[in-house]
Ligand binder design. Structure first.
Ligand code: PMP
Length: 395
């Protein structure tokens, strides 16, 4: 059976990481990586997470199965984190949350759920979008269509083009939106744009599907959830995939959640029963550890405060690096979009050839698309990157 299989080409990001590791230069800079880095270039375990893990080890009494929905406490607290404690959808019993293996698990199970709602569902994704969206959703059998999102000249949201394109969507089509910190562009929708897209979705009978993988890393926990909260209040149905990988630093623990906002409590129960059945036939149930850690943090005031402080510091570091990079690049051109954008990623807007020169001559690594991880910069490497970029742009 296996003899007919061909070896697939290596994933470009993994290939880039390998070349970086093998580069002997000591002043090389990795801006390609997709995880948060601190000033020292590390991705440490957050202190609140470390404490919660210790307490968990000391107190947990069983490793018995947790069931397809995961931990009830985690699900309740994630619902509150996404919506805020007093959201009307919570009061109306329209919210159901299930724990998933990371944000990827939530995205894939949302796609499986959508197929149960309607076998030939079409999902509209932004151009560009996170590289894994299309395999995760398309792999489940959904039809993918794209809407324009980023104006390549200004690297800001081309909102008119996005809205004009979504006018062509049919009732029942799904629109995938990034809740905050758009990956890969960093260009986010503002409050007025969220409101306008909510109007469009309502008028045309579309279903919004919000992927929020960076809550707390854009501007703050509440500000970053503005779109989710607005849509959950104004629309009968919303799907939200959330991830604890970045904001709790739990990447390898595979911790995420899928939230269904339904028209009413009864429809929510029916929908959740279908979702749970799909989960059982895919991976049976999610891993427990990461979600247990998150639940303990969100449920313990002192750990919650510590986590919010640590997350706030990560968020501030990214905002400061954004401002400093925009400024350092000012002599080379208008890079003010970097300061206006949010989250870990931005495009530099340079050509693949210029990306290659930066890599080969200067040891500065980024994706061919020129997407950089802002958190990969530090006080030492930022001027180094700015100088190299100015030189390359000046050639
Ligand atoms: N959505 C987006 C936009 C992401 O960038 C990521 C992480 N790179 C995820 C979802 C899911 O991440 P995970 O499965 O690791 O939680």
């Amino acid at each position: 059976m296996f003899e007919q299989l061909k070896t697939l080409p290596q994933d470009p990001i993994l290939g880039l990481m390998k070349t970086f590791r093998e580069d002997p230069r000591t002043d090389k800079v990795d801006l390609g990586v997709g995880v948060y880095r601190d000033e020292a270039g590390a991705t440490p375990i957050m202190a609140a997470v470390a404490t919660a893990q210790e307490r968990l080890l000391a107190t947990e009494t069983t490793k018995a199965y947790i069931g397809p929905a995961g931990a009830e406490g985690f699900n309740r607290l994630i619902g509150q984190l996404l919506l805020g404690g007093n959201h009307p959808a919570l009061k109306d019993g329209r919210v159901n949350v299930v724990q998933t293996p990371g944000g990827c698990g939530a995205l894939r199970m949302a796609a499986e759920f959508l197929k149960l709602c309607k076998a030939d569902t079409t999902v509209w994704v932004s151009t560009p979008t996170w590289a894994n969206h299309i395999p995760l959703l398309g792999g489940a059998g959904l039809s993918i269509r794209e809407y324009p999102y980023l104006d390549k000249a200004t690297l800001s949201v081309d909102f008119d083009a996005m809205m004009a394109c979504l006018e062509q969507a049919d009732a029942g089509d799904v629109v995938l939106l990034h809740g905050c910190c758009h990956n890969p562009s960093g260009a986010d929708l503002d409050a007025d744009q969220w409101s306008a897209i909510t109007d469009l979705v309502e008028r045309k009978g579309l279903l919004p599907f919000i992927d929020i993988a960076y809550q707390g890393l854009g501007e703050g926990l509440d500000q970053d959830a503005l779109g989710v909260r607005l849509m959950a209040e104004r629309l009968p149905e919303v799907i939200v995939a959330s991830s604890c990988s970045k904001n709790f630093g739990l990447y390898r623990e595979r911790t995420g959640a899928l939230m269904l906002i339904s028209a009413n409590a009864q429809q929510g129960l029916a929908a959740t029963s279908q979702l749970l059945s799909a989960i059982r036939s895919h991976y049976s149930m999610p891993p427990s550890h990461g979600a247990a850690v998150v639940e303990m943090i969100l449920d313990t005031p002192e750990l919650m405060q510590q986590w919010q402080q640590e997350l706030g510091a990560m968020c501030s570091r990214i905002l400061e690096l954004r401002a400093a990079l925009s400024q350092a690049l000012a002599p080379a051109g208008d890079f003010s979009f970097i300061e206006r954008q949010r989250g870990m990623f931005s495009f530099l807007g340079i050509s693949p050839q210029q990306v290659q020169i930066l890599r080969e001559e200067f040891g500065i690594y980024m994706l061919d698309s020129s997407r950089i991880n802002i958190a990969g910069l530090s006080a030492t490497t930022l001027p180094q990157v700015a100088t190299a970029l100015q030189e390359v742009l000046g050639r």
